[in-house]
Design a protein around this ligand. Structure first.
Ligand code: NAD
Length: 439
């Protein structure tokens, strides 16, 4: 069904990163008056001028449209936000604490403490950030307003679509009136038939963490099978297709490769383990330790396949790395397997040239020691081995015959199992892939 506009509410969205900026623009898109808030002045200035501070397909259009129609504005003032909003969505980061597996909740705490003294009577504060179970009830004691939790499931690369047409909406509330406020906010999604799960805040917090733990487990499961395939000459891509026909298993998120990364799955499973240990329940999620370990071993495996292809040592070798972001259709490089592999290879003495369609600026800012190239083919010039690490569609379109003319050695590691290996082999390339026979 079509998404139509609603009776408008005055909403604020606090924290305008990958999640919050899209949420703010999409809430305006469905008819609400929205004020986006961030402490990052440059980000707020960009958003207010209609410039997306990150790459997300479809986002610039929604941003511009709603700035122009006047429903969407931005500020750096939390006090202004408190005075404006009836509903406040908290979308700040909850990264992994340095030196620990715990989630860093200082930004969430700062927002709640900053809003508290300025809130309008009857205002509802709604957490969307991913947090350890128990966070909402802890925060509720610090604020004289109702607090709800409404976890977000959007995927980067599909963030606008996922926000406007979510699989489900989950709200953790402590009163029927809070649920009604959220039903009104999301009325167009409800009218379109989106499943609505209303529960307590602890369950809502856990739903998000459980969902990400399951997804991470599914990826590490197939990557564990890839390890077995590598030792036995079996092919994990065929194995995955074959088990995926069983609808109880399903074929989604079952692609063996260099594993998961990004600003969510790795830190979320670690924070979950940490929280479980605090609750004396370490054993309940001990398997997540294995999920993490399997995932990180795939990065080592990609490095060793490349090392083998250059004759056992990277010293003095040139390596082309295709991909910097943790997934295609995003510029997000947080905990990116591609950059972890690139850095590990560089640390062994290779000259590493990285290409990415959208992530180079972000990558360069964090990893200035790597070389960067504006074109995929250019990155491959003179390379002893090409390592494919992020499945951008443009890499599938690379012509192995043309590329063969510019490289130093025709050697390829497909660490995402996304390229047409037969075509590369036919063009004279020696090819290695994760979980697949050497052919
Ligand atoms: P992000 O780092 O892109 O954005 C966080 C923003 O919060 C930044 O712009 C930062 O400047 C701002 N901020 C920090 N402190 C602030 C303060 N006191 N007041 C106002 N703004 C402040 O992070 P993100 O990827 O958008 O993730 C945000 C949360 O959403 C995290 O908990 C994450 O786990 C969760 N989440 C993210 C996604 C995703 O795909 N990115 C999906 C679902 C859930």
């Amino acid at each position: 069904a079509e998404i139509r506009e609603v009776e408008k509410s005055s909403l604020t969205v606090i924290g305008t990163g990958y999640l919050g900026a899209v949420h703010a623009a999409c809430m305006a898109e469905i008819g609400h008056e929205v004020l986006g808030v961030d402490v990052d002045e440059a980000k707020i200035a960009a958003l207010a001028e209609g410039r997306a501070p990150f790459f997300e397909p479809g986002f610039p259009e929604v941003l511009k449209r709603n700035l122009e129609n006047g429903r969407l504005r931005f500020t750096t003032s939390l006090a202004e936000a408190a005075a404006f909003g009836d509903v406040h969505f908290v979308c700040v980061g909850t990264p992994q604490q340095p030196g620990s597996h715990a989630a860093d909740l200082r930004y969430v705490d700062a927002v709640v403490d900053g809003l508290a003294p300025h809130l309008r009577p009857g205002a509802l504060v709604v957490g969307k950030s991913t947090v350890p179970v128990g966070t909402a009830s802890r925060l509720a004691e610090r604020i004289d307003a109702e607090l709800a939790w409404n976890p977000e499931f959007l995927r980067e690369g599909f963030a606008v679509e996922d926000t406007l047409r979510p699989d489900r909406l989950v709200v953790g509330v402590t009163s029927p009136s809070a649920e009604q406020v959220l039903r009104d906010v999301y009325a167009p999604m409800l009218a379109a038939g989106t499943p609505w799960v209303s529960t307590d805040p602890a369950t809502a917090e856990l739903v998000k963490v459980a969902a990400n733990s399951f997804l991470a487990t599914k990826i590490s499961f197939i990557n564990a099978m890839a390890e077995i395939c590598e030792a036995t000459g079996a092919d994990v891509t065929t194995l995955a297709a074959a088990i995926g026909y069983d609808v109880r298993i399903g074929d989604k998120f079952l692609r063996a490769g260099v594993g998961f990364g990004g600003g969510c799955l790795p830190k979320d499973i670690r924070a979950f383990r940490h929280r479980a240990a605090e609750l004396g329940l370490e054993e309940s999620v001990r398997f997540l330790h294995e999920v993490d370990a399997i995932n990180l071993r795939r990065r080592d495996r990609a490095v060793s396949l490349a090392r083998e292809l250059v004759g056992g040592s990277f010293a003095g070798r040139s390596v082309a790395v295709l991909g910097a972001t943790f997934k295609p259709d995003s510029d997000d490089i947080r905990d990116s397997p591609a950059l972890a592999v690139a850095n590990a290879i560089r640390a062994e003495g290779a000259r590493v040239t990285v290409h990415d369609p959208q992530g180079i600026d972000n990558a360069r800012a964090v990893h200035p020691d790597l070389d960067y190239s504006p074109g995929a083919q250019k990155a491959c010039e003179g390379a002893h081995v090409v390592v494919h690490l992020t499945e951008w569609s443009e890499y599938r379109d690379l012509d192995p015959v043309k590329l063969a003319e510019v490289v130093h050695g025709r050697a390829l590691v497909d660490a995402r199992n996304a390229l047409d290996l037969a075509a590369w082999r036919a063009a004279g390339w020696e090819v290695r892939a994760l979980g697949r026979p050497r052919a």
